[in-house]
Every structure is written in structure tokens, then in C-alpha cells.
Design a protein around this ligand. Structure first.
Ligand code: ZN
Length: 66
């Protein structure tokens, strides 16, 4: 089972279908919404984990900014 990857900028780095319309949300910010139907990206992530599509969310921490 693959991990769901999120890049350092907080964008999806794995193919993930929208829970509402199946649009591929790859490259969208995880805090954002589907550009096609407005469903939150976080909802698609929740569905993907719950359905066993992905194992865990694997994020790459952004560099410390100070
Ligand atoms: Zn959608």
C-alpha cells in the first residue's frame, strides 16, 4: 500500500482522485479545494486513507524558517 505524499510546499505529490468528481488532485494544496467541484482536498485524503487506497500520509517537512 503506497503512502500519500505531500511535498514541502503542502501540495499533493501523489495521484489522488477527488471524492466528489474524480478530478486528479495531484499538485493541489492539501488545505485547498477541488477546482472542479469545490470539495475540500482534505476530504479526498480522508476517504483515501479510510478506503485503504493509501497507507499513511507522508509529508516532507518544510525547512525551518527563522
Ligand atoms: Zn471535485
Amino acid at each position: 500500500m503506497p503512502d500519500l505524499h505531500i511535498d514541502a510546499d503542502g501540495h499533493l505529490a501523489s495521484d489522488l482522485r477527488c471524492a466528489g468528481c474524480t478530478y486528479n488532485l495531484r499538485g493541489r494544496p492539501v488545505e485547498g479545494e477541488c477546482p472542479e467541484c469545490g470539495q475540500p482536498v482534505s476530504t479526498a485524503i480522508t476517504y483515501a486513507i479510510a478506503s485503504g487506497r493509501f497507507g499513511v500520509v507522508s509529508s516532507i517537512a518544510p525547512p525551518a524558517a527563522d
